[in-house]
Design a protein around this ligand. Structure first.
Ligand code: VG1
Ligand code: CO
Length: 540
């Protein structure tokens, strides 16, 4: 095998954010750009050499050339075997599972998650470690440092062709092996082992559901699991064919991009349950008939009903939520008596707790929920968890939610996003707000205000600067942070939360309940004055 060493000049913008390196396709497709980042991974993680790695992604535009380039870089850097999902399309949690069951040294995921795809959309590369989860911050920082100084990459000549990468099978290319695997079966078996498919199948005979894969990577798995194994009619499995540009829409299962599904569930002919997942299949949206379930509430409901799930029949080891996620989970943990952890945004903090056997379930307000079966959030897993609960309790989504509020109270929660802001304006807004925090305590019923820092209970490592949080008495929180996944300007996220245990409040409109907090947040941070935006771009 001929390996060429190609000289390159470093890029200084390859700092991985919350979820790997995510950039516009036009940035990623510059000469040497992808090669530099991937070579930096091989330089920082020498243990990939001589070992097996997994490669997969959500199939978005630019994935096909990227797969070929990464295979050539892997061979050039001495990787022994690459396990690649046939056709290159596989959901993020299923990649995590492949890394684990094959005892691979790591994996690369080609995805920009729920960001738009296509020539004008985004692309991304994530590096996951041997445990199947996103590499720890230390490793990602070292990769970033490496991107700024490397001067060459190693590219092997391989006789690749498109057809060879489509069908399961093993190819030995002169000592470098490519194993093409079916992306669905192992994952579907894993799901069947977690949940009670018998009662779900029975419930589905008398109830109707809709699932929307948004042309992302969960489509084929949804057809196998929900369709073939659980009997859902193909007509109720929407957009299950993966497309490179997700049909021109953002594959983001929120109230803006999945509005059609939402409207249908609020209308007269709504089925019993609807769900969607994002481009790379790690997020989920859950909607009942006339009943939207916020991701923070969904996490709390799953934890409260875990005993109905075969995998959790013996109870939960503990639970975790990211700091901006509502404290609804904490209330369940307190009442049911399990440990509850608060972590910074991003799944890697959960992975550490999962690996240390501290938790069984975790989630984020951004529609990510997962368990200890893999080391990524898992969209279809959350959908099946809900179906299992609905089948076991037969209360309907609305009934399950009413029961939950009656037992634990209601934690109203919303996220307001201000997208594509001028980067300087966004950073100075945050810096100025941070300076005023100490003086806020004691005013407006505020009892504490700080820049959130996390100390890992596993390693003791401290992570600072994870979001400004302002906590009020009577169960209110306002949190401000800048996104680490956007690709244009800066995105400000404002998270609002209000708890109530007065049954008269449970039916109130969430935006009305949070209106006073939204107004106060604007006053304190000067959002509308500084950004010129009268209202957020997205409310979820
Ligand atoms: C967002 C979410 C965060 C999530 C991250 C990756 O990050 O808020 O909760 O972990 O996306 O999710 P940020 O920094 O933009 O707020 V995914 O589905 O893109 O892997
Ligand atoms: Co995602």
């Amino acid at each position: 095998m001929l390996v060429q060493t190609i000289e390159t000049t470093p890029f200084d913008d390859q700092q991985p954010g919350t979820s790997g390196l995510r950039k516009q396709v036009k940035v990623f497709s510059q000469p040497h750009y992808l090669e530099n980042f991937v070579q930096a991974i091989f330089n920082v993680v020498p243990e990939l050499s001589g070992q097996t790695m997994v490669l997969g992604g959500d199939g978005r535009y630019f994935s096909k050339p990227a797969v070929e380039t990464i295979l050539r870089l892997a061979a050039g850097n001495g990787v022994k075997r690459v396990i690649l999902a046939a056709g290159g399309v596989i959901a993020t949690p299923a990649v995590s599972h492949l890394i684990r069951i094959n005892k691979a040294a790591g994996g690369m995921l080609l995805t920009a998650s729920h960001n738009p795809g296509g020539p004008d959309g985004d692309f991304g590369v994530k590096y996951n470690a041997a445990d199947g989860g996103s590499a720890p911050g230390k490793v990602m920082n070292a990769i970033y440092a490496e991107t700024k100084k490397l001067s060459a990459y190693k590219l092997a000549d391989l006789p690749l062709n498109a057809a060879m990468l489509e069908e399961p099978g093993l190819h030995d290319l002169g000592g470098f092996e490519i194993e093409i695997v079916d992306p669905v079966t192992a994952y579907a078996d894993l799901m069947q082992a977690q949940f009670d498919f018998k009662i779900i199948g029975k419930w589905l005979k008398t109830h109707s559901i809709l699932f929307d894969a948004m042309h992302g990577a969960t489509g084929p798995a949804a057809v196998e699991i929900l369709g073939n194994r659980l009997g859902v009619d193909a007509a109720h499995l929407m957009r299950c064919n993966p497309l490179e540009d997700f049909g021109g829409q953002s594959p983001d299962p929120n109230l803006v991009h999945a509005k059609q599904l939402y409207d249908r569930m609020m209308g007269p002919d709504a089925p019993d349950f609807a769900a969607a997942s994002d481009g790379d299949g790690d997020r989920n949206l859950i909607i009942g008939r006339n009943c939207y379930v916020s991701p923070s509430d969904s996490l709390a409901v799953l934890a409260a009903n875990a005993k109905f799930i075969p995998a959790f029949a013996n109870g939960l080891k503990g639970g975790a939520r990211s700091m901006p996620t509502s404290s609804a989970l904490d209330r369940v943990a307190e009442k049911l008596g399990f440990d509850c952890y608060e972590t910074p945004t991003g799944w890697k903090y959960f992975s550490e707790l999962l690996e240390a056997n501290r938790i069984s379930i975790c989630g984020e307000e951004s529609a990510g929920t997962g368990g200890d079966h893999v080391r990524e959030k898992d969209g279809l897993w959350a959908v099946l968890f809900w179906l299992n609960i609905l089948a076991a309790r037969d209360l309907g989504v609305e009934g399950v939610m009413a029961d939950h509020f009656a037992s634990f109270g209601r934690t109203f929660h919303r996220r307001h996003d201000y997208e594509a802001l001028d980067t300087d304006i966004a950073h100075s807004l945050m810096a100025d707000l941070e300076k005023t925090l100490p003086a806020l305590i004691g005013q407006h019923d505020i009892i504490s205000a700080d820049n959130y820092a996390y100390q890992s209970p596993v390693s003791g490592a401290v992570t600072k600067g994870q979001g400004l949080r302002i906590i009020g008495k009577n169960g209110s929180r306002m949190i401000f942070r800048l996104s680490g996944t956007g690709t244009t300007g800066a995105t400000l996220r404002l998270y609002l939360e209000q708890y109530s245990n007065d049954p008269a409040h449970y039916g109130l409109d969430v935006d009305e309940v949070l209106q006073p907090l939204a107004k106060l947040a604007d006053e304190l941070a000067g959002i509308s004055v500084r950004t010129g935006r009268a209202k957020p771009d997205v409310i979820t």
